[in-house]
Write a protein that binds this ligand. Structure first.
Ligand code: ADP
Ligand code: MG
Length: 276
């Protein structure tokens, strides 16, 4: 198996009136399918900058970002801007701290929009799929309301349903619980855990909440634009590598069913190219 994502010596320099600022100092990282990776670090450490290198929203100064899915390898920063936008729409689901929903669209329309923009699904299918995703995040009863009629936690659940619209393999979330109270934050975190366990999604989540470290399958600590420590949750990794069955389709009624026990192809508990 190959990594879903590889970052190879990524650096990012910002040029400001005050001078040059090196926000990322050579980040090398592999993210494997089915990982729930936490990126931990204080404010200003470079977490959002790192995500913007992964999603190709901002240009990098040097290095390479490679994304692999369906047997295809995409060098994210070698794409043109329009190619990159197309790639992003299919490959990534992005969740923001501030939700970034469209207030003039209903919940259903918010979730349908990425599908309509991307063209992977026919209109009837996208409507059906949007309803299934709203059911997955337990908002189906509110499908025809508007985002402003929702609580913060509900808005974030809607944003997650929207992020799943085109069934991307990778979800990227920048402080998704940062504006929520702790009880609501826990609901959102559990939803991410379920998406990894039940749908086989790979998730990269930025947070400064260090209490979450044991719950990620792996976490990295970012300090001043460098990875200083990596924490691997061996139990979660073993689960991921031996327990994950075929991901069910979004919204299918699979919540209560145990996952299949099909082992990951061809490997035990170690992966080539990774430090033990
Ligand atoms: P974090 O998300 O970990 O809080 P950021 O990635 O937003 O950190 O920022 C890392 C550093 O880069 C900070 O010192 C920040 O001030 C600086 N920075 C971020 N964006 C820009 C920008 N567009 N121009 C100049 N400096 C920036
Ligand atoms: Mg940030």
């Amino acid at each position: 198996m190959l990594p879903l994502l590889t970052l190879d010596h990524v650096t990012k320099m910002y040029y400001t009136e005050a001078g040059e600022f090196l926000a990322l100092r050579g980040i090398s990282l592999e993210v494997w399918p089915g990982e729930f990776l936490g990126i931990i670090g204080k404010s200003g450490a470079g977490k959002s900058t790192l995500l913007n290198m992964i999603n190709g929203v901002d240009t990098l100064t040097s290095g390479e970002v490679v994304f692999r899915s369906n047997g295809q390898e995409v060098f994210v920063h070698r794409l043109s801007e329009s190619e990159r936008a197309r790639w992003r729409g299919r490959a990534l689901g992005i969740v923001h701290q501030s939700f970034q929903l469209l207030p003039m669209l209903t919940l259903l329309e918010n979730v349908m929009l990425p599908m309509d923009l991307c063209g992977l699904y026919r209109p009837r299918t996208s409507r059906q799929r949007a309803l299934e995703l709203l059911r997955l995040v337990e908002l189906e009863d509110h499908a025809h309301k508007y985002p402003t009629q929702l609580s913060g936690g509900q808005q974030q659940r809607l944003a997650i349903a929207r992020a799943l619209a085109n069934d991307p393999p990778l979800l990227i979330a920048d402080e998704p619980t940062g504006s929520l109270d702790s009880t609501t934050a826990e609901v959102i975190f559990r939803l991410f855990e379920r998406l990894v366990q039940e749908q086989g999604k790979t998730i990269i989540m930025v947070t400064h909440d260090t209490t979450l470290i044991p719950r990620f399958s792996r976490s990295i600590l970012l300090v001043d634009g460098m990875i200083v420590t990596e924490n691997r949750n061996h139990a979660a990794e073993a689960d991921r590598q031996t327990d994950r069955g075929t991901p069910p389709p979004a919204g299918s009624d699979s919540r209560g069913t145990p996952n299949g026990s099909r082992p990951a192809p061809g490997d035990g508990l170690t992966r080539p190219g990774r430090p033990a």
